[in-house]
Structure formats: structure tokens, C-alpha cells
Ligand binder design. Structure first.
Ligand code: CMX
Length: 137
């Protein structure tokens, strides 16, 4: 499997504008994109820190993955996303080695990336995402 870097860290928040203010006013980062991902029932805000991004996630539906996460566990780190080369092969390899996949087939996520999640029960409690940018390929 080829993981090149941490593409982003997803952070669940209750109030997107308030969280954006923290990242901009206190940490001095710039929010460069806000995007609703209907399929995932979230509104996202992105910041760059070197090669890695911070993705803030505000739920648009209490029954969606982030809505349920906040209800159960409160705000905080929701997932870690690794940039991979060959997302299908990486998923296949993880599955062969006994990891349960949430997405057996990649789907389209924020920023037009192909994304897929591994189940946190098999990844030591950290929801893990693979993503691959194939927009210009
Ligand atoms: N990190 C770690 N553990 C998590 C978790 C997370 N983000 N979300 C849920 N869990 C845990 C729960 O705490 C629960 O543990 P216990 O059984 O010990 O209580 C267990 O997983 C099952 O949780 P649940 O509330 O019953 O939730 P579901 O089974 O309905 O769903 C999950 C859990 C991870 C399968 C689901 O959230 C999912 O499919 N996630 C992938 C998609 C996603 O998260 N999208 C949002 C981000 C999109 C984006 O980045 O654009």
C-alpha cells in the first residue's frame, strides 16, 4: 500500500462559523473553501497547514454520521484521511488483511476526491479514510 501523507484531519463541530473564527482568528489559518457534501450530510470548511488540511465538519442531519458522532461523543477529531496511490488496491489489501470496509467502492467526497472509509472497530478506534485525487488523471 502506498500512503504518501495525511491528506486531512476531520474535526466534528457543532457551529461551523464559530469554529472557522477560531482557526482564523486564533491560529491564523485561512478558510479557503466551504462546501456542503449532501451524500455525507455535512457542511465542510477547509484550511491548509503545509501539505495537510483541516476539514471542519458540521452536520446537516442529526441522523447523519457526524450528527450521530457529536450526539454520542461530542465535538472533536472525527477521522484521519491518508492520501493513497491506487485507492481500490489499497482497500482490497486492507480487506484481505482483515479490516472491515465501510466503503468497498470509493465514492466522491469533498473537493472532488475519491474517498473510502475503514471501520473504526478495526483501526484501533480511529475512523480512517483513504483518498485519492484523480481529477486531473
Ligand atoms: N471515530 C471512531 N469511532 C466512531 C466514529 C468515529 N468517527 N463514529 C462512530 N464510532 C463508533 C461509535 O462510538 C460506536 O462505538 P461503540 O459501539 O463502542 O459505542 C461504533 O463506532 C458504532 O457507532 P454508531 O454510532 O452506531 O454509528 P454507526 O454504526 O451508525 O456508524 C460509522 C459509524 C463509522 C460506520 C459511520 O459513521 C460511517 O459510515 N462513517 C463514514 C462516513 C463519514 O464519517 N462521513 C462523514 C465525513 C465525510 C467527509 O469527510 O466529507
Amino acid at each position: 500500500m502506498k500512503l504518501s501523507h495525511i491528506e486531512h484531519i476531520g474535526i466534528a463541530v457543532k457551529d461551523l462559523p464559530a469554529a472557522i473564527r477560531y482557526y482564523e482568528d486564533i491560529l491564523g489559518l485561512e478558510c479557503y473553501a466551504i462546501e456542503e457534501v449532501k451524500d455525507q450530510r455535512v457542511r465542510t470548511a477547509f484550511f491548509k497547514v503545509g501539505e495537510t488540511k483541516i476539514e471542519l465538519l458540521e452536520s446537516t442531519d442529526p441522523e447523519g454520521p457526524v450528527g450521530k458522532f457529536i450526539e454520542k461523543r461530542g465535538e472533536g477529531v472525527h477521522h484521519i484521511a491518508f492520501a493513497v496511490e491506487g485507492i481500490e488496491e489499497s482497500l482490497g489489501e486492507a480487506q484481505k488483511k482483515g479490516v472491515s470496509l465501510i466503503d468497498a467502492v470509493p465514492r466522491r467526497g469533498a473537493e472532488g476526491l475519491d474517498i473510502a472509509f475503514l471501520h473504526p472497530k478495526c483501526t484501533f478506534g480511529v475512523l480512517t479514510e483513504f483518498c485519492e485525487d484523480r481529477r486531473n488523471k
